[in-house]
Ligand binder design. Structure first.
Ligand code: GLC
Length: 745
């Protein structure tokens, strides 16, 4: 089959090029795509614009019977939720052996945080602030996914999110545009590598375009309504960063923006994506989004929905089947141009050439590679290192942590202490939770053999039952130290998992209350997919570890932090509120005309009657088992012009007794702008690894271009004026200096 296929396509391309009586152009995949397109019927082209789910996984509200028939008829160009070298080969054969032109299928899947070896959920991993590490985990995900027949991942999700009620915050990189943009680029590079024709690289798909994370009230799929300035300044940069890193495809979002569903927005999909940004890959909708335009109420029927989507700039219809049903007649009726169909089909076919699928449609269907690559020791080891660096030490009064490995009796209590299923979190796709190592197992592997470990579930995750409580209290009473593991079930975050409460379930609060009463050295381990309101926990416990859902190696990773084999270094990339009533709350807010800080005692300032303005744990917060000191921020000059840059530095010292890593953050404030400006904006960071007593000077360069924003005239540029620059350990830092930027008129 392989040889035949190669011969077939070579002859085809040569004959076509020869038929043009031209010197063969440089045989680029672009030219090859043109040559195939020239052979296709309208129906065959429309077939390439359709994506259906197989029935091997369910990631949306509808399934489709008979997608195999669609494949054989050439009415579908890509399949998602089909995995495995053997199964993808079977489906690929349907296409290659039954269709006239033998155009290979594209296989896509939600490889979000690992494929079989599951890494920490993306929000957790983002707390490592380690871009190389995040690129490596995407690389490993691509190694495993491509070994199982996949060409295309629906990742990275880069939606900026500032409302923890929204369950999909777990899937992104938190609240900050600058950090989110860096992480988006790293993940794209990890998935795509340097060469898409390599058998271990896959297409990335940056999603969800655009601003899906700003759903009103944190309710999934809800309305998004914001100024164009906020859209461009806060929400769009991570998508752009992903595309600048070479992301081959884009996925539209479910939400409306500027009054139009994203899948029907010519402004988003053509004006911005194509004309402003020059994107040349293809745009796929999210699951049945074209159909959903009927619910949005911008079209009255299927044909109108298909026309609005294709004319807005959608190239591929995921699962609605509206392109398959309506495009042919729309072209014949002159409502959609064949040129538009050609443009969409070519973008898709070109990427199939880029992947090498026309040379060998079965190159990813290698069962031998599948067996050797998936979940190998190296990948599992990387997953544990990644997990350790994703953990955030929220609190550690009296240095309860790290615990002593020789503790005589240790009680491991709580509904998350021995759970396996929840550890891999939401969007773990092909991950096998049965292969995850529990916290209890991790602790058993880590402490000394002499330590007596007791376990008690203590409570369900959310069911209202106290049947486990007495045993937990009894075992805790007998222990010298307690690890109390609480949290959300993995299904409580992810898609369609918004919550009106961001506290832990009441039944767990009862357990925590009873354990806290014992006044024993207790470490609270929290496993969750979103920032939670941990005010109760913060009041009752001296040591709190934020461990998110850390994936296959969760147990060993948490245990190595608990007992000091690894000194935690993670820092929050999303603000933890004191109460849900503060939402939205994030570090880069505006000052307002009546800032609380201007006159705290005054009634008439921006504040609450019943809560502080400030978060429980701010963006960038994360402690260590050692301590760090920062010197005053230093500048190499105090005024710059538009052709200068300014050097900002300070010295960080490990003032504790053990090695530790510190993520040093650089923030800037534009004191006066033609429009209001945030009180801080992250503009740089670096991670130091310091021995006890060791000092290191960190230096950042700030250029005027780093100070650009969407001015009153909506030009993206900087303005003259005063700036404050901060270097610190989290967004609350007051370690600052001032400089002036002057701009020649
Ligand atoms: C889902 C998600 C999207 C995912 C797609 C395919 O509804 O919104 O992120 O990639 O469908 O599973």
């Amino acid at each position: 089959m392989k040889i035949y296929y190669r011969v077939f396509y070579t002859l085809l391309v040569v004959s076509l090029l020869a038929s043009c009586n031209k010197q063969p152009v440089k045989s680029t995949t672009d030219a090859k795509a043109d040559s195939v397109l020239a052979l296709m019927t309208l129906r065959e082209k429309i077939g390439q614009l359709t994506l259906y789910t197989s029935d091997w996984d369910v990631t949306g509200p509808t399934m489709r019977k008979g997608y195999q028939t669609d494949i054989k008829n050439g009415d579908v160009g890509a399949i998602f939720n089909a995995i495995g070298a053997a199964y993808t080969r079977q489906l690929q054969q349907l296409a290659v052996e039954n269709t006239r032109l033998k155009i290979p299928l594209l296989f896509g899947y939600d490889v979000i945080h690992g494929h079989r070896t599951i890494f920490p959920i993306p929000l957790a991993e983002s707390c490592s602030w380690d871009l190389d590490m995040m690129q490596r985990s995407a690389r490993i995900a691509a190694e495993e996914a491509t070994a199982e027949g996949l060409h295309w991942t629906f990742a990275p999700m880069v939606d900026i999110a500032r409302d923890p009620r929204w369950g999909r915050v777990m899937e992104g990189a938190g609240e900050d545009t600058y950090l989110g943009s860096k992480i988006a680029a790293a993940r794209v590079k990890g998935f795509q590598g340097d060469d898409l024709s390599a058998v271990n690289t896959m297409l990335a798909c940056v999603k969800h375009f655009a601003a899906y994370g700003a759903a009103q009230a944190g309710r999934d799929y809800h309305t998004v309504d914001m100024s164009d300035r906020v859209l461009r300044e806060t929400y769009l940069p991570p998508y752009k960063a992903a595309l600048d890193a070479g992301a081959a495809t884009v996925m539209t979002s479910f939400n409306e923006i500027h009054g139009e569903p994203a899948s029907g927005s010519h402004y988003l999909l053509t004006d911005i994506l194509r004309k402003e940004w020059g994107f040349d890959g293809f745009v796929v909708t999210d699951y049945t989004s074209i159909m959903e335009m009927l619910y949005h109420g911008v079209v009255a029927d299927t044909a109108a929905a298909a026309a609005m989507a294709i004319n807005a700039g959608v190239d591929m219809d995921m699962q609605a089947g509206f392109f398959q049903d309506k495009l042919e007649q729309l072209v014949k009726a002159g409502k959609v141009s064949e040129a538009r169909i050609n443009e969409a089909a070519k973008r898709i076919i070109k990427l199939k050439f880029d992947l090498g699928l026309f040379d060998d449609p079965y190159k990813y269907c290698d069962t031998t590679r599948e067996k050797t690559v998936v979940m190998n020791e190296k990948f599992l080891a990387e997953a544990k290192e990644n997990a350790k660096r994703s953990i955030v030490l929220l609190k550690n009064e009296n240095n309860i942590l790290p615990l002593n490995k020789n503790t005589k009796t240790l009680a491991v209590i709580g509904p998350m202490a021995n759970t396996r299923k929840d550890l891999i979190g939401a969007w773990s796709a092909a991950g096998d939770w049965k292969k995850a190592i529990t916290l209890l197992e991790g602790i058993q592997q880590t402490v000394s053999p002499a330590t007596k470990i007791s376990f008690a579930k203590g409570s369900p995750i959310d069911a209202d039952s106290t049947q486990y409580l007495a045993e937990a209290i009894a075992k805790a009473k007998q222990a010298d130290a307690i690890v109390l593991a609480v949290g959300e079930a993995s299904w409580m975050s992810g898609e369609a998992a918004s919550r009106t409460s961001i506290q832990l379930p009441a039944i767990q609060r009862k357990l925590m209350e009873e354990i806290a009463k014992l006044n024993k050295p207790t470490v609270l381990v929290v496993m969750n997919g979103r920032p939670l309101d941990l005010s109760f926990e913060d009041k009752h416990f001296k040591a709190i570890l934020e461990t998110w859902f850390l994936g296959t190696q969760a147990g060993p990773a948490i245990a190595e932090v608990l007992f000091g084999d690894y000194n935690p270094s993670g820092k929050l990339t999303m603000t933890f509120p004191r109460s849900i009533g503060q939402i939205p709350i994030y570090y880069s807010m505006k000052n307002t005309g009546r800032p609380y800080e201007s006159d705290p005692g005054n009634k008439y300032v921006s504040k609450y009657l019943d809560e502080s303005n400030y978060p429980l744990y701010p963006f960038g917060h994360g402690l260590s088992y050692t301590t760090f000191a920062y010197t005053q921020v230093k500048l190499d000059k105090t005024s710059i012009t538009s052709t200068d840059s300014i050097q900002v530095s300070c010295t960080v010292t490990n003032t504790g007794t053990r090695q530790g890593e510190e993520i040093v953050q650089l923030y800037v404030r534009d004191l006066v702008g033609s429009v209001t400006r945030p009180i801080k904006e992250l503009k740089g960071f670096t991670k130091l690894d310091l021995k006890p007593g060791e000092s290191r000077e960190v230096t950042f360069q700030i250029k005027p271009a780093d100070l650009r924003f969407y001015r009153k005239d909506m030009r993206f540029d900087y303005e003259a004026g005063e700036f404050e620059v901060y270097i610190g350990t989290n967004a609350n830092t007051t370690n600052k200096a001032k400089f002036n930027l002057s701009v020649a008129e």
